[in-house]
Design a protein around this ligand. Sequence first.
Ligand SMILES: Cc1cc2nc3c(=O)[nH]c(=O)nc-3n(C[C@H](O)[C@H](O)[C@H](O)COP(=O)(O)O)c2cc1C
Length: 425
Amino acid sequence: MPDDGPTPLTGRRLLVGVTGGIAAYKAALLVRLLVGDGADVHVVLSRGARAFVGPTTFEGLTGNAVRSEAWEDVPDATHVELGRTADAVVVYPATAHTLAKLAHGFADDLLTTTALAATGPLVLAPAMHAEMWEHPATRANVDVLVARGADVVGPATGPLMGGDRGVGRVVEPETVRDHLVTLLAPGADRTPAAVPGPLSDVRLLVTAGGTREALDPVRFLGNRSSGRMGFAVAEAAAERGADVVLIAAPTDLPTPAGVRRVDVVSARDLDAAVRAHEGAVDAVVMAAAVADFRPEDTLPTKWRRTDGPPTVRLVANPDVLAGVVERRGAAPRPVVVGFAAQTGDLEAAAAAKLADKGVDLLVANDVAAAGIGFESAENAVLVLHRDGARRDVPRAAKRLVADVVVDELHTALRRTAGAQDGTGA
Ligand SMILES: Cc1cc2nc3c(=O)[nH]c(=O)nc-3n(C[C@H](O)[C@H](O)[C@H](O)COP(=O)(O)O)c2cc1C
């Protein structure tokens, strides 16, 4: 019997896989919530999980046997039966190791074998240290799983094992339970945007990467922007439920989950793409490094050494950020976020650019400082609001900096919403 009346989970068969992270103890709370909703919960522990939690707690909570290996209960073909009949498979917490196995189709224990036999949705709640979460191997595995339709919930930012802080903390059991309720509600839309997040009513346009201005068919004038900061902002916003379009200048970075990507090359391409989308969004985050100048002429054939050194005349590109602000005029939307790569006195330069460009939020970083900014995995920024509020973000992984930038954008959106309806809230 459900604790508080029927929910979309009542009578559903749920498979909860628990893997070997310190957060495994929280799985008992998740299982208790699901049982409280009247779900028939079956728990599978990975070998790693057994180092952290034992089967007795889960057997007591669910009334079902807890297994780990595919070769237990061979006549019942448990691995196939559990997978086929589950309305959803949830892995809570999901270690980097299990994410890698799931991404590559490994089936060396009951959980991964069952996941291959499963036909319903797969919900993953990753938990690990920030460095593991941000490792390109984990990023790639998560991208594969999301592209295949898995729902990745979290991880959250906060205290981690060993006194560390950062992204990698498992989301709370209630978050996963709420996710399942949305997912399994009758007639539910299975798109990630259907799962509500704090920005689920926000449409966002993000630009990222460095534009390229062609000199001839093989050469271009470019810059050192890697695109990581803008991609991290797009990812952080999408994870909070925003509908994100990402305009990406050339980069090898994978598209963040749930984000629509538009690839561009030059500043003029980027300008055209921004104009095409700006009218339909609540905020524009201009993280791309857009070339101020381009060669006046692009040579139709490759310039050869024997032609001697070319003389290149440059002409100005459109100021994309200024254009967005100008076209918006006095309207409260879109809220405009500018990025400024500065050298020298960061604060003075940031304040000057904020006033000069007329943006709502300016994110400034010192590109002359070692180990941050262009081409690096970390950043340290100063966020200035038009109304004078400010936030210093000390050196951290770009994804963590992106979380703060998205928080500040959320504040700016709330402020302008308040201005619109007159509440000032
Ligand atoms: C104390 C301790 C805590 C761990 N916490 C995590 C964690 O939070 N996330 C993770 O991905 N791996 C963590 N590991 C490493 C995993 O236990 C290890 O990769 C294991 O092979 C995972 O196997 P499984 O995914 O099959 O459970 C931890 C290891 C130890 C010893």
